[in-house]
Design a protein around this ligand. Sequence first.
Ligand SMILES: Cc1cc2nc3c(=O)[nH]c(=O)nc-3n(C[C@H](O)[C@H](O)[C@H](O)COP(=O)(O)OP(=O)(O)OC[C@H]3O[C@@H](n4cnc5c(N)ncnc54)[C@H](O)[C@@H]3O)c2cc1C
Length: 417
Amino acid sequence: MSQPRQEIADVIVVGAGVVGLSCAWALLCEGASVTLIDRDFEGDRTSHGNAGGIAVSENTPIAVHGMFTQAAKWLMDPLGPLALDWKHVPSALPWFMAFRRAAEPARFDAISRALSRLNNRVYEDILPMFDDIGATAMLYRRGALTVYETDAAFAADQPEWALKRELGVRWHTLNQDEVRAAEPSLAPVFRHGVFLDDWSHIGDPRRLVTLLRERVMALGARFVTGVARALEPADGVLLDDGSRVFGRRIVVAAGAWSATLAKSVGDRVLLDSERGYNATLPRHGIALSREVIFAERKFVATPLDIGLRIGGAAEFAGLAAPPNYRRSEALLALGRRFLPDIDETDAVNWMGHRPSTPDSLPVIGVSPRAPSVVYAFGHGHLGLTQSATTAALVADVLGERMPRVPLEPYSIARFQH
Ligand SMILES: Cc1cc2nc3c(=O)[nH]c(=O)nc-3n(C[C@H](O)[C@H](O)[C@H](O)COP(=O)(O)OP(=O)(O)OC[C@H]3O[C@@H](n4cnc5c(N)ncnc54)[C@H](O)[C@@H]3O)c2cc1C
């Protein structure tokens, strides 16, 4: 896994999570020579442990009006869906302020439209990729179900559901009996359901990354194991050990770690790790047909091939703090309550770093300061969902074609002032 120093790749891709590997795959398919850099190609990362949702219906930002009152209540609950390490607050303050602005009505609407432009073409891009890498059999197109315990929460979400529909999301409501009939394993406490026709899930996120990596290798990519310290736009990438990887263009797909690389060419970005947790139950013993989203409690349960994954939570504590697996335990407690027959034997806890921007939009496109650098990071809750579409856009940019989606809303330039 090393590259002779004199070789010059057409494209260097920094980061071999689902986004970087998808970019490498798309570029290799177009005949580019690609060098991938990752500090640990097979190590655990965000793309390995996510909930597996192809969550195309998630086309509104995370910041919603009124969330801040709610957030204050969540923070009081030590094991609620939101946690904050107060030491992290000073450095995260600009991010939180921008997050708040994203909930303003005009901005919320514009962000939702920009998210929809990506999400509405996800299957067009992801199906050929899954086909090529041999992942089609692990894509379960069974929809997803959002469930509500209370009439009040269901009513409060109606404007958002209406906007989603206007932007192309197909959904219909289920009453209490229909929720029971659709998912008999759920506790009988849900008064409303919203069935999402186009959401799907994959059987195993880690396996998907492995299939992608193997295919990218078979297509001829070179793999360099090392830590990228800085971008050198005229030459390539400087590694931590002082060596250089040479390439004409550089794609930054380093997930939650991308901001320091962007900074090395003078680009500012608001990017934080929105740490998420889950517990995977290999012997869960229940029948769940599709991913279920628990609206009030902000967690999901996905029936993966490798077990039932119960996950969610948002913890702001930076990239370095150790995981607090009590959050996984808290999610498991919710699972126990709402899926009463689950068997927890051999449950595995996990934490990952969602690469989150405050406006829930990814960063895709050319650096305004270094034209050889292309960004592909910041996908937050939707990196798996938007992986192949991001890759197609990166290939458009590097292939000097008109991008299939106008890229202005995703430009890093939005953070420059
Ligand atoms: C609990 C949870 C549930 C989720 N559920 C879903 C879901 O259902 N659907 C969905 O679409 N998304 C989901 N996500 C989000 C999704 O997992 C992420 O958006 C996605 O994995 C990000 O992929 P990535 O390739 O950008 O980053 P990563 O997977 O983090 O990969 C980045 C790679 O870059 C490497 N790297 C970083 N810095 C350097 C450096 N300096 N030098 C060398 N290598 C470097 C890292 O080693 C890593 O391999 C979830 C996330 C979490 C935490």
